[in-house]
Design a protein around this ligand. Structure first.
Ligand SMILES: [Zn+2]
Length: 302
């Protein structure tokens, strides 16, 4: 499917020197939304991902950074066929498979008509003002993952997933992340662990080892040892950046930030933008060693 997109993108490039106005051919995608297939331009798709991902009231440069990250993620998936669909769709609207995505009708239903119009206007402006731009590493679109917020540092991809990618390194992020707490009785802890295949001896011994960025690497509760990501998943914690203690028969977690911590922090991008950084500075900060290139040059990548 990416061949079709790239060939359309290239045809725009080939036709552009012609002086007479020609209706531009915009790269389009086949999108699967609740089982139905439809066609959508890449930039409208990007705008709807931006509208889903960040409040439209965010600084224009933060919205543009999100637009480039969303477009890059799309092209990475298409080029690597990393999210194949059984149908002939290029992308879908299922957040557990592709990116989060929202339509004007859904925005209206959730937040009202005025919000929906303003949100899409700002998101479309962010998409169109960065049209065709993607982040590359060694000449190819990179895996542009993002998350809501981090405290102090983002995280190395290798400390969350299996592989350490050179452009997904822990970097400082200039934000004061939200702090959340959660607590469970030891009976609840035992039940949660049992559901996940662990038999907990209810010992109150607790130990946390940390990654270089300060997040939980491993959490040991009594006889059970969990990776930080596993602990986050089974206790439904907002991030692996947490402290924990057991007192009066309860296990307490205090988490900072929200999300896996890898790649761009959306909250950090907003803080950087408010501090005067533009979307290029934001993106090259969070994706180490990356470049911003036009997708029209996709044929030359690599
Ligand atoms: Zn999908």
């Amino acid at each position: 499917m990416n061949i079709r997109i790239f060939s359309l993108a290239l045809s725009v490039l080939i036709m552009s020197p012609i002086a007479e106005p020609i209706a531009p051919i915009e790269p389009t995608l086949i999108i699967e939304d609740n089982g139905a297939l439809d066609s959508i331009t890449v930039e409208e798709y990007v705008a709807r991902v931006v509208a889903h991902e960040v409040p439209y009231t965010y600084d224009e440069e933060a919205l543009k950074a999100q637009a480039v990250a969303a477009r890059t993620y799309l092209y990475y998936c298409l080029e690597n066929n990393s999210h194949p669909h059984e149908s002939r769709a290029d992308v879908c609207t299922d957040i557990t498979h592709c990116c989060g995505y929202i339509t004007e009708a859904e925005l209206t239903e959730r937040y009202g008509k005025a919000y929906a119009k303003d949100a899409l206007k700002a998101s479309r402006a962010a998409a169109l003002s960065t049209e065709g731009e993607v982040l590359t590493y060694n000449g190819a679109p990179l895996l542009a993952v993002w998350h809501a917020s981090s405290g102090g540092y983002t995280e190395n991809s290798g400390d969350v997933w299996l592989s350490q990618l050179p452009y997904l390194k822990a970097v400082p992020t200039p934000e004061n992340p939200p702090v959340y707490s959660a607590s469970f009785t030891l009976d609840e802890v035992a039940k949660i662990l049992r559901t996940n295949g662990y038999i907990y001896n209810k010992s109150t011994a607790l130990r946390i080892t940390r990654t270089k960025s300060g997040r939980c690497h491993e959490l040991t509760i009594g006889n059970i040892r969990l990776t930080g990501s596993k602990a986050r998943s089974i206790f439904s914690l907002r991030s692996t950046d947490f402290t924990a203690r057991i007192s009066n028969g309860r296990l307490y977690f205090y988490t900072r930030g929200y999300g896996h911590g890898v790649g761009m922090s959306q909250n950090g991008a907003e803080v950087m933008a408010k501090g005067g950084k533009d979307y290029r500075e934001i993106l090259t900060h969070y994706y180490s060693g990356s470049k911003i290139q036009a997708i029209e040059k996709a044929g030359e990548f690599g």
